[in-house]
Write a protein that binds this ligand. Structure first.
Ligand SMILES: [Zn+2]
Length: 556
């Protein structure tokens, strides 16, 4: 993924553009010589992985076999050791679930009077359980506001209500999403993880709910019903879990806001009033005295895929690990444009994968680090961060012993920039490390221009963040040394319009790699600093991932 570029343009106009110096946790940059990082490696690996013969690197395809073999070869040649107990790979079992024969959603009152809502145009539904049939039968409906349980903020939308076996109706985003600035219990207009739809489903499952229906609302969702409809009426992709999804809710879906209005009216409630009430701390969940019924069949297919893992052993504290991650997969064969049906994914993310190799070479050249450095090329990012999720849930190196890391997803080929764009700035003490690295390279870190879009939760670093490991994610900036913001905007527009997730994301012999090489130095510095210190950077106070990190580090 990488849809950020276009969003960067508006940074000038937004008060959200702040410098990293504004944040605390400054870290002194240690004296460090960055070894020569190989542009030839960046070019060679990017070009190779983008060849049509790799067929767009779809997980489970012959293109995967080639990719895994090539990366293994490259990691070996760079001087790494196999990262998974003597093996270069970790098996990642993938599951694809497609709902079939989906019923309408039937909502009934106590007298048995029912309203019916059509699948697709009015509601969508699916299951994370590996089961042939899903049935929700006369399940009591409860409105749980934003469906958030955030102990560090003293916020619990499920307080005093038992939703076991019930169907929760929940709002998208978090309570202060429409704030104009970044102040507020939930980061103001910046999205927290509590605002993501994935969180809503996870929390409802923890509460024992049978089903979840998210109320679609265009502004806080940041996309229209067409996006919800198209992404939820096809195949859902999962990494296989130990319990086959038994701990998930039976059914997860969305309803149109107009549907929610009708349901609330049938319950004698006013949707707008209830939604406003749910923004205030101390909100109490509202039983709707209605039941929901629906059913569908699930077609289940399985695929085997792999993460590729190499490690550079630490000399002093080999059991402490620093992570570099990048997804090797892309979309495979896709909708043809001008007869070309291979989405090569040269920028997204052959470049990031090449960076793993170039950084491995660089760190090897610099000599053994104090801590071990793990180079992790993950699968199935494009299907929902599945390879990184699987690793984080089944780590080769314990997460409690994983210091932190850096994710690389799509380099900018627009040329060197004066600044750099930090996604999720202000979340963890890693900002201090990145700030020091940037300073040493004469770059200025800036906050992403649209923190309300929740980009921090949309690439592989998030799989680790969610389980407590501090991860930093940044990209080349939007103010180019040659051509400034206008040139950056033109390049971003071109990428977004013509190449992003399209067959034209191909290797180009004419590319200028100087910007990539400048960015690569930052990735090197942050990783090296983490590998040479004995510090354990944490999430900042009040961040949603701090508690889980503290728990993991304390071994409880
Ligand atoms: Zn990507």
């Amino acid at each position: 993924m990488r849809v950020l570029t276009l969003a960067l343009i508006s940074c000038v106009a937004l008060s959200a553009c702040k410098k990293v110096e504004d944040t605390p946790a400054a870290v002194a940059a240690p004296e460090m010589t960055v070894p020569a990082l190989s542009e030839a490696t960046m070019k060679d690996v990017t070009k190779e992985l983008s060849l049509d013969s790799y067929e767009g690197r779809s997980p489970g395809s012959p293109g995967e076999v080639k990719t895994v073999a090539y990366l293994t070869e490259k990691f070996k040649a760079a001087g790494l050791e196999p990262g998974n107990n003597g093996s270069w790979t970790q098996d990642v079992p993938l599951v694809e679930i497609t709902a079939k024969n989906v019923s309408a959603l039937s909502v009934a009152d106590k007298a048995g009077k029912a309203i019916s809502f059509a699948y697709g145009s009015e509601y969508v539904i699916g299951s994370y359980r590996e089961t042939p049939q899903t049935k929700v039968d006369m399940s009591e409906m409860v409105f749980v506001g934003h469906g958030i349980v955030a102990p560090e903020k003293g916020w619990n939308d499920y307080a005093g209500v038992d939703v076991k076996g019930k169907t929760v109706v929940v709002m998208v985003n978090d309570p202060d999403f429409d704030s104009k600035d970044l102040t507020g219990e939930f980061g103001g207009k910046a999205m927290t993880y509590y605002g993501r739809w994935t969180y809503k489903y996870e929390e409802a499952a923890r509460q024992g709910a049978a089903a979840v229906l998210i109320i679609h609302d265009e502004a806080p969702a940041a996309y229209g019903w067409n996006v919800v409809n198209s992404s939820w009426t096809g195949t859902q992709f999962l990494a296989q879990s130990k319990d086959g999804g038994a701990s998930q809710t039976a059914a997860n879906g969305w309803i149109q806001k107009s549907v929610a209005k009708e349901i609330f009216a049938a319950a004698g409630q006013d949707l707008d009033k209830q939604m406003a009430a749910a923004k205030v701390k101390g909100f109490n969940a509202v039983p709707l005295n209605l039941t929901a019924s629906l059913s569908f069949d699930n077609d289940i297919t399985r695929k085997a895929s792999k993460n590729v893992i190499g490690v550079l052993k630490g000399a002093k504290r080999p059991d402490e690990h620093v992570l570099y991650t990048a997804h090797w997969d892309h979309l495979g064969r896709c909708t043809p444009v001008a007869g070309d049906d291979i989405c090569n994914g040269a920028i997204d993310n052959a470049t990031g994968t090449a960076a793993l190799v170039a950084l491995a070479e660089g760190h090897k050249k610099a000599g053994a680090p104090d801590r071990s450095i793990v180079f992790l090329a993950v699968t199935a990012e494009e299907s929902g961060l599945l390879g990184s999720k699987y690793y984080a849930e089944n780590p080769v190196f314990p997460l409690s012993q994983t210091v932190g890391g850096v994710n690389m997803d799509a380099f900018s080929l627009a040329g060197p920039a004066k600044n750099l764009t930090v996604i999720g700035m202000g979340k963890s003490e890693l900002d201090g490390y990145l700030g020091a690295a940037a300073k040493a390279e004469g770059r200025t870190p800036e906050m992403e221009p649209t923190p309300e879009k929740g980009f921090y939760y949309r690439s592989d670093h998030f799989s680790f963040a969610k389980l407590g490991v501090p991860m930093v994610y940044f990209e080349g900036g939007d103010d180019l040394i040659t051509g400034g913001k206008a040139a950056a905007k033109a390049a971003a527009d071109d990428y977004e319009k013509n190449r992003y997730h399209a067959p034209a994301d191909e290797y180009d012999e004419k590319w200028d790699w100087s910007g990539v090489m400048a960015d690569l130095k930052l990735y090197y510095r942050v990783g090296r600093m983490l590998a040479m210190t004995d510090a354990w950077p944490n999430w900042n106070k009040g961040d949603e991932f701090r508690a889980i990190r503290d728990k993991s580090r304390s071994g409880k």
